[in-house]
Design a protein around this ligand. Structure first.
Ligand code: AMP
Ligand code: ZN
Length: 117
């Protein structure tokens, strides 16, 4: 937990969000600036800044793996994602990351190009 972190505050309901899913250790909410018809941010409630390998612990493996399952669970509840979705993690300045609490973008409702921009 970090007192200054926006996503920690969102996961504690201290900053309002359009919540989609929550359980004991993960939280999901609508992105404020959606890049597709459905754009959801999925985070661990634990504050993890994964820019460097040193910042991410072996003990986080199950938690971060669970996010893939949470993503599939959320996607299955949206008709817009019945034909698929994209799950994206931006890491570091070159990726365009702006919030340094590890998070995954669950995007759906349109066809995505490859390679990404
Ligand atoms: P990234 O660029 O990968 O760090 O993604 C951060 C994402 O958080 C961006 O897509 C922002 O639009 C989104 N975001 C920033 N502030 C909020 C907020 N208060 N509520 C919901 N999404 C937000
Ligand atoms: Zn945080």
């Amino acid at each position: 937990m970090s007192d200054s972190c926006l996503f920690c505050k969102i996961s504690r309901d201290e900053v309002p969000s359009n919540k989609v899913y929550s359980d004991a250790d993960t939280f999901a909410f609508r992105d404020i600036n959606p890049q597709s018809p459905v754009h959801i941010i999925i985070i661990p409630k634990k504050h993890i800044n994964a820019l460097k390998l040193d910042d991410i612990c072996q003990q986080d493996a199950a938690l971060l793996g669970k996010i893939q399952i949470v993503a599939a669970k959320i996607a299955s509840s949206f008709s817009e994602m019945k034909n698929g979705f994209r799950l994206v993690n931006n890491c570091g300045p070159d990726s365009g990351q702006t919030v340094y609490h590890i998070h995954y973008h669950l995007l759906g409702g349109r066809i995505f190009g490859w390679p990404p921009g």
